[in-house]
Design a protein around this ligand. Structure first.
Ligand SMILES: Cc1cc2nc3c(=O)[nH]c(=O)nc-3n(C[C@H](O)[C@H](O)[C@H](O)COP(=O)(O)OP(=O)(O)OC[C@H]3O[C@@H](n4cnc5c(N)ncnc54)[C@H](O)[C@@H]3O)c2cc1C
Length: 281
């Protein structure tokens, strides 16, 4: 089974307080902010490795990120992935989900042309920063594969080369069961498994595994569909909401304070009814 896994390096949540937003470009300043492998994507890698252990084949991780994303993809190779592709170029920067998905699809198609098409593409259900959850479905639509997200369990039956998978999607207090025909794109939730740890041997082996870098030179693409140019979603005004609350100390006897409070509440238009509840006029 030839499995592609989409992996997004995201700012380390522990460091969120060091992230700034560039007032001109309205983009996050990730410079110097340590990143981690998006937690749900580690679960996607774990699921891919388990399927590979059952059916053989290979696991290739794809990440669209600035050059320092290399470290995070090496971490995925140390977990057990076989190959990595870093999709990195300034021109890919500022991409919204549509441009990101388009660029990832181009990378998947290039790799498939070199090493055989992917039977399955796994992704996290959502990233820890943008958290739109758009990308798995957008990749599915653009690459022409069946796709499902929010998956908490994948059953692969006993066939040697499965042509379908049985997957379970969680919602409120129930689960949907689907049979999805391969090739497919599946977005997995963090509840699906507990990713394995990387071993020291894994880290050593990772450095020797195939690692490609795709940029605007070697990746066929429509320049109107990448980066800012390919992003219909534009960040609007960016401001920090004023969360300060005005406080005032009322003085007098408890009765006087209560009377003053009632007067103030009424002044807002709220109607005080007996039994202590309030409702709008
Ligand atoms: C705070 C914030 C808000 C944003 N809001 C929007 C918005 O409303 N609309 C919009 O179009 N864009 C938005 N973006 C930009 C968006 O984050 C990027 O386009 C991003 O690359 C993809 O979207 P996502 O992070 O929401 O991914 P999601 O769709 O949440 O990610 C799901 C999965 O897709 C895969 N994936 C996502 N990005 C990559 C990648 N770069 N490389 C490899 N795999 C990947 C991973 O497996 C991930 O788990 C926002 C970014 C930030 C930081």
């Amino acid at each position: 089974m030839n499995i592609g896994v989409l992996v997004k390096p995201v700012p380390d949540p522990e460091q969120y307080n060091t992230i700034t937003i560039d007032p001109q470009t309205k983009r996050l300043n990730r410079e110097g902010v340590p990143s981690i492998v998006n937690p749900a994507d580690k679960c996607a890698i774990e699921e891919a490795l388990r399927l590979k252990e059952k059916f053989g084949g290979k696991v290739v991780v794809f990440g669209m990120a600035p050059p320092d994303g290399r470290e995070k993809l090496l971490e995925c190779l140390a977990m057990g992935a076989d190959e990595a592709v870093l999709v990195s170029d300034r021109a890919f920067g500022g991409a919204d989900t549509l441009a990101t998905s388009y660029t990832l699809v181009k990378a998947l198609e290039k790799k498939a042309a070199e090493g055989g098409s992917f039977d399955l593409i796994l992704a996290g259900n959502e990233s820890a920063d943008g958290a739109t959850g758009h990308v798995p479905a957008q990749v599915g639509e653009q690459i022409g594969y069946n796709h499902l997200s929010g998956i908490v369990k994948i059953e692969s039956g006993s066939e040697s080369e499965p042509s379908t998978l049985t997957v379970f999607q969680k919602y409120e207090n129930g689960k949907n069961e689907f049979t999805i025909k391969l090739p497919a794109v599946i977005g997995v939730s963090r509840d699906i498994n507990k990713p394995r740890y990387t071993s020291a041997m894994g880290v050593i082996k990772a450095k020797k595994k195939p690692f490609d870098i795709y940029d605007t030179i070697n990746l066929e693409h429509d320049k109107e569909r990448i980066g800012l140019a390919g992003s219909p979603t534009k960040a609007g005004a960016i401001f920090s909401p004023d969360t300060r609350r005005k406080s005032e100390e009322l003085s007098g006897s408890p009765e006087e304070i209560a009377e003053e409070l009632v007067k103030r509440i009424k002044a807002t238009g709220a109607v005080i009814v007996s039994g202590g509840g309030c409702h709008e006029r």
